[in-house]
Design a protein around this ligand. Structure first.
Ligand code: CP
Length: 311
């Protein structure tokens, strides 16, 4: 694999999930694969899980890891041909090539503006790194996608399902802040590629991009959508049509134990208790959020392994 910026970069999804589960049983099996290789992780935004699990994954493969909080470095200019007499001190053309000399793989986290839809959808940060870096690029959550999270989610469902074709529901939840659509987008795309009965439920007007949802069923009646679910993935996203706006904070959409029924509860974390989901869910055996977060390591590890094998 050359890059992992989207789920479709994986040459074989079902094989990748199986191999990730095997890696989890024997995480140091390939501890020499990354010897004398360096992962540089660039963070334009905050992280707990992605940062620690990806570092752990790289170290399990014997890699060295360097981390840069980009906001501590020089402001990077992404516009081609711009006259750089403002706040930006260096251009992505130099920055990406320079970092490539220190790295064998570069991983990037760069959230959307949630103000300029066209700019966000161009994935200008991730794609400029892809364009000008001379080493593979891994997406640690970009403006529109979080493929490492989605792979961890797929591993979690594959491990825990008791059915050949479980019912999975993605349920929108209220949140006081404007959040990206990236996690929901990648989860939808991942479920479309798995053997699951998949439904999305959200308030009217909260449709994700049709380019993502395609013909996935959408039900605006949450109770109806949740009926007989095996896995319920709860996530807030800000409005996509009225881009980046929070138009609904209806607490009736919060996930409760009563609504969850017998399903397993999933969330990418971090999660706001008693806003997105009530304590009784998170504190119950039905919550698999900690297992999901653990699988972030093996999702990152199988991705790095596949890239290292093709260097
Ligand atoms: N789920 C997730 O990406 O967590 P962090 O933002 O803490 O990395």
């Amino acid at each position: 694999m050359k890059n992992y910026t989207k789920i479709k970069d994986l040459p074989n999804l079902s094989q990748t999930i199986k191999e990730a589960i095997l890696l989890k049983m024997n995480p140091f099996e390939f501890q020499d694969l990354g010897k004398h290789k360096t992962l540089v992780m660039l963070f334009f935004n905050s992280s707990l899980r992605t940062r620690l699990s990806t570092e752990k994954a790289a170290k399990n493969l014997g890699m060295d890891v360097m981390i840069l909080n980009v906001n501590d470095a020089w402001n990077i200019e992404f516009e081609d041909g711009s006259i750089m007499n403002g706040n930006s001190s260096e251009h992505i053309k130099e920055a990406a090539q320079v970092i490539s000399q220190y790295a064998d793989i570069i991983a990037v986290r760069a959230f959307p503006t949630l103000q300029d839809k066209a700019k966000d959808e161009s994935e200008y940060i991730l794609n400029n790194f892809k364009k000008y870096a001379t080493v593979p690029i891994v997406n640690m959550e970009s403006a529109t996608a979080h493929p490492l999270q989605a792979l961890a989610d797929a591993i979690t469902i594959s491990e825990l399902t008791e059915k050949a074709k479980p019912k999975v529901v993605l349920s929108w939840a209220p949140h006081p802040k404007a959040l990206p659509q990236a996690v929901a987008n990648s989860f939808v795309e991942m479920m479309q590629d798995l053997e699951v009965d998949f439904t999305i439920t959200h308030p009217e007007g909260y449709e994700l991009s049709e380019a993502i949802t395609k013909d996935t069923p959408i039900n605006h009646n949450q109770e109806e959508a949740l009926k007989d679910a095996d896995f319920v993935y709860v996530k807030n996203w800000s409005n996509y049509k009225d881009y980046g706006k929070v138009l609904n904070q209806d607490e009736n959409w919060m996930m409760t134990k009563a609504k969850l029924g017998g399903a397993k509860f999933m969330h990418c974390l971090p999660v706001r208790r008693n806003v997105v989901v009530e304590d009784a869910v998170l504190d119950s055996d039905q919550s698999v959020v900690i297992k999901q977060a653990n699988n972030r390591t093996y999702a990152a590890q199988i991705v790095l392994k596949q890239i290292l094998e093709d260097l």
